[in-house]
Structures are given as C-alpha cells and as structure tokens.
Design a protein around this ligand. Structure first.
Ligand code: KG4
Ligand code: ZN
Length: 371
C-alpha cells in the first residue's frame, strides 16, 4: 500500500456517490475550494417517495463523468495537476459507492497519484476544520454532533481515523425523523428543508410531541417514537379536517412542533456529551462542532450554539451548503489524512456499506450494529 507523504501538496479530486447526490470537487491540500459540483437525483426518487438504491446507482453512473469534468473545468485543473484522488468508500448504498470508487481508482491509477477511500462520516466530521480555516481553525480534539439522514452520533474527534463515540441512535436517525414526518405530511423530498420551511408558519407549542431520552443520562438517541407520534397526531387532528386553510395551518404547527422536539432532544443529549468530553480531555478552549445534513437547520444550529456557549464551548458548524452531502468534504478528508501521514488506499479497496468511525464503540441498548 503506498504511504502518503505528509508534505504532499496540491489539488485533490474528491468524489461523493454514497446516497442520492453525485458530487465532485477539487480542493487543495491547504484548504482552497477550487470547485464544488453537485448533481442532485431528487427528481429521480420523488415518484417513489424515497431513495431507491438501484435508481440511485444508475443515476450516479449516468452523471459521474459529466460531474467530474465540470469540477475539473471549474477548478481550471487538468488531470496532470492532481496530487491525489479520493472517493467515498462507505458507508452508504453499495451501488453508488461502487460507481464512485471504481471511477476514482481508474483516475488515480492513470494519473499515477495516490487513491484515498474516504469514510463518508469522516468527511462530515472534518469539514468544519476546513471551513473554519479563515477563522482561526479548529484544533483536535473537539466534540462533534454528526446528524444526517442515516446517522445521529456524538463523538470526540482526536485526529483523522481517531474517534471515540459517546452516543448513537438506537433506531431512526434525526434526518429520518424529518424525512419520514415530511412524508406523513405529504411534503415530499427533501424532508428536512421542507419541514423547516413549513415550520416558519407554525406554532411549535401546538403539539406536545415526545422528547425521546431528554434529561436522561447518556448520549444515545431514539427518534422512531417521534415519527410515530407525528403519524398519530396527523391522523387524529389533520386527516378529519376539510377546510384547506385549517389543514395547512395544522400541518405547519405539526412541522414546527416536530422541529422543536428534534432540536430539544439533540440539545439535551449534546449537553451530556459535553460533560463527558470535558471529563475525558484537558483543553483550554473546547470546541463543539455540528455537521451533517440536519446541521443545515437554523433552529437546531441556534439552540446548539446557545448550549455550547452556556457550557463554555466554542461553536462551529460548516456553512449550510457544506452540511449536506458534497465532495468537498471527501477531498478535504483525504487532505487531512495526507497531513496526518496516513497511508493511501490500495486499488483493491473493497467498498464498505457499513463503516463505523469508532469500531470499538459498544452498540446502544436495544440495537445491533449501526455503522
Ligand atoms: O448529510 P446528508 O446530506 O446525507 C446523509 O449523509 O444522510 O443529510 C441528509 C439529511 C436528510 O435526512 C435531510 O432531510 C436532512 O439531512 N436535512 C435537514 C435539513 N437539510 C437537510 N434536516 C432538517 N433541516 C434542514 N434544513
Ligand atoms: Zn452525508
């Protein structure tokens, strides 16, 4: 396996294909984003009401060449300028990950540069270190809340590849709570942004939804009860209505109530993780980072920022556009791995549908393996 030189500098091509976005980006090892191209497949999946793995894989295959060509073009970069090529190696939908990794390996091999198989979760985890560069940067170790469509995790991040997981979800992820509730409300995809937009017209105090595990010890999450509560509330209070204006108002109220319940739950669990982080680490200026698609939510960002400041943590979240899936984070994770002197991956790397950041973490109660 080729080992990477920590002094290696230059442009890294990143590729992300783990779910329903085909993305490519060029980022320099010192953190300049030269291009960031994202082709969403949302229209391909809309008629099915959710992401269909086979449809996603075919769409990645159709789009990937164009997306990479655009990323290289917008970066004004030729293949001979590349220092390394990185692609999401998992976790994610295997068909899409295969398309991305095979393409990345082919480019790396033909350009004779190192290839990095990046853990998608590590991409989210390290993005804030890139976007905070102009603002003094973020040092290791820091506390991370990673909230996306498939994951809700609290982790101490000590270095690329070095994570300690404090908590994960026992059932649905936070993003799933948004996506499944959006489906119940008939809002369609993408669920989180649609709930957030509708919630602006609603009253968050209208529905008394559960706050799973709020104020209980520990850092694990549980969101499936919330989705069930939204379904029950919808069936009892909205389905029987006939007047469209009342239906619209009630839907907005339910969206606002759901958003508040998720935000309060995330805040309560993060508070416990901050205590745990401070007892595990001696740091003069502890930092709390929130990342992943759900971190795009303004109320959630605001509540977590208020919590962080109240607990003596600095707060950081990537800009909204780099919270949801993108390839900048994949290229940057490779840059971090290079800087840390970690080895590149062999061209025989096998995509990993499951790939935990902290393989040593014990599963939460009531749950088996969760990547
Ligand atoms: O990180 P991401 O783009 O993909 C995964 O790795 O899963 O996260 C997607 C998730 C979806 O569940 C989506 O509904 C949620 O992030 N999301 C949001 C918002 N934007 C995206 N949730 C709440 N509010 C938002 N503004
Ligand atoms: Zn993601």
């Amino acid at each position: 396996m080729p080992s990477s030189d920590p002094n290696l500098t230059g442009a890294i091509l990143g590729i992300e294909t783990s779910c329903d976005e085909t993305a490519a980006a060029v980022v320099t090892t010192d953190g300049q984003i030269l291009s960031n191209v994202i082709a969403s497949q949302i229209d391909d999946h809309a008629e099915h009401g959710g992401v269909v793995p086979e449809v996603a894989a075919r769409a990645h295959l159709t789009q990937i060449d164009t997306v990479i060509a655009r990323a290289m073009d917008e970066a004004d970069c030729s293949y001979s300028d590349l220092t390394a090529v990185a692609a999401t190696g998992g976790p994610g939908l295997i068909g899409g990950v295969l398309v991305g990794t095979v393409t990345a390996k082919a480019i790396a091999s033909s350009c004779d540069v190192p290839y990095f198989a990046v853990n998608h979760l590590e991409g989210h985890a390290l993005t804030a270190r890139l976007t905070a560069l102009d603002d003094g940067g973020i040092d290791y170790p820091y506390l991370l809340l990673l909230v996306s469509g498939g994951h809700s995790q609290l982790l101490a991040v000590s270095a690329p590849g070095v994570y300690r997981r404090y908590g994960t979800t026992m059932d649905d992820a936070a993003g799933e709570a948004f996506d499944k509730s959006a489906k119940i409300l008939g809002l369609g995809l993408p669920g989180g942004p649609k709930i957030e937009a509708l919630a602006r017209q609603g009253d968050a105090a209208s529905y008394d939804l559960p706050r799973p595990l709020k104020n209980k010890p520990g850092c694990h999450f549980s969101f499936s009860g919330l989705k069930t509560a939204v379904l029950t509330a919808y069936q009892k209070t909205i389905e029987p209505l006939e007047d469209q204006a009342s239906i619209d108002q009630k839907k907005a109220d339910l969206a606002a109530s759901l958003q508040a319940a998720v935000a309060e739950t995330l805040t309560s669990r993060s508070r416990n993780a901050m205590d745990q982080f401070l007892s595990d680490h001696t740091v003069t200026a502890p930092c709390f980072v929130v990342a992943g698609g759900v971190a795009a939510n303004q109320l959630i960002r605001q509540m977590l920022m208020d919590l962080a400041h109240a607990k003596g943590f600095q707060f950081n979240a990537p800009p909204i556009g780099l919270c949801t899936d993108n390839a900048v984070m994949i290229a940057w994770a490779a840059a971090e791995r290079i800087k840390a002197g970690l080895p590149a991956d062999g061209l025989d790397f096998a995509p990993r549908p499951r790939w935990p950041l902290d393989p040593e973490a014990s599963p939460p109660p009531g749950r088996g393996v969760r990547p």
